[in-house]
Design a protein around this ligand. Structure first.
Ligand code: FEO
Length: 394
């Protein structure tokens, strides 16, 4: 990998990870990712903004050597998570005079996770600046995008915002800037859903905090940069602020076909009532797609058979995930089947305490669904359509 010039004295020195398929042993990466690091040279001082995942540390160090960097004054750590901070120790070995610039909370976390010595740090307050000579770095504290210690760095003279994870996308591409808007929108929405959505109300505050900055380029630490910042700012604004839409998300599992029959019938009933449905078979689905669907949905209806007296474990997993992602849902219900009894509904309800939703009457069928079951599904579809209409969800 070679450095790529953004402006004279400002270079992308990151790493593209084409083959990574899982993040945090949880999040699917269908399109790989990148770890973007940026070198900023002023007339007096030089700073590196974030580093790369330690698995790709040589890619960064080779580029610094390629640019003839012998000395760094600052390594700015916008975020302590190791995919950005993990190469800081190697950079400090190469440039022992460099100071790590970060929020006070980030300092503590970097000491904990990377054992960086205390004397290496310069803590910065919100809106504090550091001069590189002809260039100025301003630090904007932005907690909970998506850890508590996070900040953004604004390069004033060049009007470039370096927001680390904020506005990022897990996307391996040779495009330095967004060129395929549809592809990046999808990847950025997936990223928002999986990483940022749990902190939606704080995201709203952080969007508000940067609204008066003049920004020509947003340079996140995953995925391509934005030279049309309004593209990603408008998308984030919509995801974080908009009311839910007239959408039901329907994650389900079926073992012997009874729950599947109910799901199929129910989807037909919802379509007839003018409700959009997004159906996910949890045995095969990409959970990132499910997370994305939750960004806009007003209602989730979970389909589950009863297994060992409770919900199917895949369904319990999806419920725990939805609870953690805290989407802006308003209604939830359950449809499913059982052989002789059980507590699937009670157990699922106990798994979603974070979701401030109204629970609509579940529909459970003993064995294969019959007339009474189909009638109850029609009723549930009608109730959902009415509730969405009442709330103005379009
Ligand atoms: Fe890309 Fe939160 O690390």
């Amino acid at each position: 990998m070679r450095p790529r010039e953004i402006k004279p004295g400002v270079h992308w020195v990151g790493a593209i990870d084409w083959d990574r398929r899982l993040f945090d042993s949880l999040i699917p990466l269908p399109d790989g990712t990148s770890y973007n690091s940026y070198l900023i040279e002023g007339t007096e001082k030089t700073a590196l903004i974030d580093t790369v995942d330690p698995a790709m540390q040589d890619v960064l160090l080779d580029q610094l050597s390629g640019l003839g960097v012998q000395k760094l004054d600052y390594v700015v750590a916008n975020h302590a998570e190791q995919d950005h901070s993990g190469t800081i120790p190697r950079v400090l070995e190469k440039c022992p005079e460099a100071k790590v610039v970060c929020t006070p909370r980030c300092k503590d976390m970097l000491i904990d996770v990377l054992m960086i010595p205390e004397e290496k740090f310069v803590k910065v307050n919100d809106k504090e600046t550091i001069s590189l000579g002809d260039r100025t770095l301003e630090f904007i504290h932005a907690p909970w995008v998506h850890w508590p210690e996070t900040m953004l760095t604004y390069l004033r003279e060049d009007r470039i915002l370096f927001p680390c994870d904020f506005f990022g996308s897990h996307l391996a591409t040779t495009d330095l800037y967004v060129r395929d808007g549809g592809q990046v929108y999808e990847a950025a929405k997936r990223y928002y859903a999986e990483i940022m959505m749990p902190f939606r109300t704080i995201i709203q505050k952080n969007l508000d905090k940067i609204k008066d900055y003049a920004i020509d380029i947003i340079a996140p630490s995953h995925g391509p940069m934005h030279d049309r910042p309004e593209f990603i700012l408008n998308a984030y604004h919509s995801w974080a602020f908009d009311e839910p839409k007239n959408i039901v998300v329907l994650p389900y599992i079926s073992m012997h076909g009874s729950t599947r029959k109910m799901v199929e019938y129910f989807v037909g009933a919802l379509i007839q009532k003018g409700v959009t449905v997004k159906q996910f078979d949890l045995a095969v689905t990409d959970i990132g797609k499910l997370a994305m669907a939750l960004v806009d949905a007003a209602t989730v209806v979970i389909g589950t058979p009863t297994v060992l007296t409770g919900p199917h474990p895949n369904v319990a997993y999806a419920a725990i995930l939805a609870n953690a992602l805290r989407p802006n849902l308003k209604f939830i219900s359950i449809v499913g089947s059982y052989g002789w009894g059980g507590k699937a509904v009670e157990q699922l309800a106990a798994l979603i305490p974070n979701l401030k939703v109204e629970i609509l009457e579940p529909v459970l069928s003993k064995g294969f669904p019959r007339e009474a079951g189909f009638s109850a599904l029609n009723k549930l579809a009608a109730t959902i359509a009415e509730k969405h209409k009442e709330h103005g969800f379009a």
